[in-house]
Each structure stands twice: as structure tokens, then as C-alpha cells.
Design a binder for this molecule. Structure first.
Ligand SMILES: [Zn+2]
Length: 234
């Protein structure tokens, strides 16, 4: 799943390609939006909110999308070949005279009134990369249920918005150790290879409830706190 910074960068690319320009092409390939047509409207801005993307257009409308596990938005010069995947994975096309944005594999795509955006993103806690970032509130949210495993609380976007599964494990590692500069990832995806700091075998366990389970990686030596493990993978 893309982390908040990936979504933030996607929003920036879309914003610089589309904002201030009139849409000359609009093709939303989900059944509910089959007849929706945004051509002729200018794009006002593209804003990330946690891992949600809000594309606001003239007339008080917002196209809300979410990348979930493997969705993406690509931007091409109009007329250039698209390379983001097979055509049947395209869910949205927004084109201007010179740039075309193509949304691939978007599991969430809906058109809202801009005044109703809170229905899509109102549940989110303070956004790590947003103008509303409030560390005190995020911390208070995280500590609401002291019995809850930290990994679950960090992924719950109602506490703070923007952390995905990779940063969850990496942040918990860095919070426990001094880390070491120059490495991309200390623990995420490394089980059962040795910890980069102490050489202990990195461990992994699923954490979360039912369908929301995600693997959590940690070093049992560097992070000796209460183990988050419930079901250890052999
Ligand atoms: Zn270690």
C-alpha cells in the first residue's frame, strides 16, 4: 500500500499537470460515473488528505480517489503512449490540451460535492503532511487505548493520517534504536535476515483484526518491549 508521502507526491504531480487548466477529456470508467462528464470545467486543485486524493473542479465538484494496495495515477504529455498497465485497468482519464492524467486500478473513485468532502475524509486524524498536522492531537489519539498494540494504532488513519505498513515497522524500530544512516529499510521485509544493527534475526507477525491484518517486522533484541506477535510465522 502506498505510504502517505507517495500519495502526497502523486497529488503534487497531478496538481502541476492539471490545476488551472480546462479539462478537454473526461472518462470515468466505473458504473456509477459512466455518464459523468467533467469536460469544460477547470481543475482548481489536487489535494492529498492522508492517503486520499481530492481533485477539485469548477462547479463545486470533487473527484475522490484512493490508491489502496496497487492503484496509481500517471501523467503523460497528451498524445504520448500510456505505460501504466493494460487498458482494462484504467479507471479514470482526465485530459487537458497538453497533459493527460490516467488513473489505474483505482479501487475508490467517486464524485462528491466539494462541500461534502468530509464524508470521504472527515474521519481522518491529523495528516502528517497536511496543513492540519497536530502532533499533540495525534499522540493523544494514539494513546486513547493504551492496551492497543502500537502497530495497529499507527495504521488506524483515524489517529493520524498517512502511515502505511512499511513506515509503521520502520518507525517502531527507529523509536527503539539509534538506527544507522544510509539504509533504506531497517526491518521491513527483512525477516528472517539479520537486523542491520545487531545481527539478530528480524521477526515478522501478522497484526490486526481479520481482513485488516498486516505483517509487522521487528528486531527482538533492539525492540524488546511487549511483543506485538500473536501468530508468529515459522
Ligand atoms: Zn537488532
Amino acid at each position: 500500500m502506498p505510504e502517505g508521502d507517495t500519495v502526497w507526491q502523486t497529488a503534487r504531480r497531478l496538481h502541476s499537470a492539471l490545476a488551472g487548466k480546462v479539462l478537454t477529456r473526461s472518462d470515468l470508467r466505473v458504473p456509477r460515473l459512466a455518464t459523468a462528464d467533467l469536460t469544460g470545467r477547470a481543475v482548481l486543485d489536487v489535494t492529498p488528505r492522508g492517503k486520499h486524493l481530492l481533485t477539485r473542479v469548477e462547479g463545486g465538484l470533487t473527484l475522490h480517489s484512493h490508491l489502496r494496495m496497487d492503484g496509481s495515477w500517471k501523467v503523460y504529455d497528451t498524445g504520448r503512449r500510456w505505460t501504466g498497465g493494460p487498458g482494462h485497468q484504467i479507471r479514470a482519464i482526465l485530459g487537458t490540451a497538453d497533459r493527460t492524467a490516467v488513473g489505474y486500478r483505482l479501487p475508490v473513485l467517486e464524485l462528491l460535492r466539494t462541500t461534502d468532502e468530509h464524508r470521504a475524509v472527515g474521519h481522518l486524524g491529523p495528516d502528517l503532511l497536511g496543513p492540519d498536522w497536530d502532533p499533540d492531537r495525534a499522540l493523544a489519539n494514539l494513546l486513547q487505548d493504551p492496551a492497543r498494540p502500537l502497530g495497529e494504532a499507527l495504521l488506524d488513519q483515524r489517529n493520524l493520517a498517512g502511515i502505511g505498513n512499511v513506515y509503521k515497522s520502520e518507525l517502531c524500530f527507529l523509536r527503539s534504536t539509534t538506527g544507522r544512516r544510509g539504509q533504506d529499510l531497517f526491518v521491513y521485509g527483512r525477516a528472517p535476515r539479520p537486523c542491520l544493527r545487531c545481527r539478530t534475526s528480524v521477526r515478522v507477525a501478522d497484526q490486526g483484526d481479520g481482513s485488516r491484518e498486516r505483517p509487522t517486522y521487528w528486531c527482538p533484541t533492539c525492540q524488546p518491549g511487549p511483543a506485538p506477535a500473536r501468530r508468529i510465522r515459522p
